[in-house]
Design a protein around this ligand. Sequence first.
Ligand SMILES: [Zn+2]
Length: 160
Amino acid sequence: MGTYRKFTDEEFLALYYLGIGDLKIAKKLNVAQNAVWNRRTKLGLIANNYRTCGKGNLTKEELLKRYKDGNKIKADRRDWKLENNIVFKKEYWEKCSKWQKENPKKVKLSAIKWNKKNPNYYFKHRRNLDKKCLKCNDVIDNRSTLCKNCYTSSHKNEQT
Ligand SMILES: [Zn+2]
């Protein structure tokens, strides 16, 4: 088991193209074999060593799919922790807001990208979801407490 250390793609690739296996790469980089596996999978690079189970090595497509699935599992775990672990939630949001403060341009760009990919998000999730007017039970914008009509009439009442 190697220690936790960050390494760049270039460091990894220099060793990968020597044709050595994950374990050897991990030893040379002084990191866990798992970290090397992760990076190689992310880049879709086929293993230099043969799999010990006797089956063929994973192809580029298989590797990239694994990486994507792995990230989905990680994201699901994170979401669960955010809901169930108060300390984790606090630290997570602190980390996020710190990163956002330090990278305002990236934040803006990713927001633009995200909105392009999910044009209906605002409509479906920010508005008209299941929030109802306190008085008449009409579905309303979730930033309000009353529908327009009730708001106007309650305002009138206040004034008279
Ligand atoms: Zn109403």
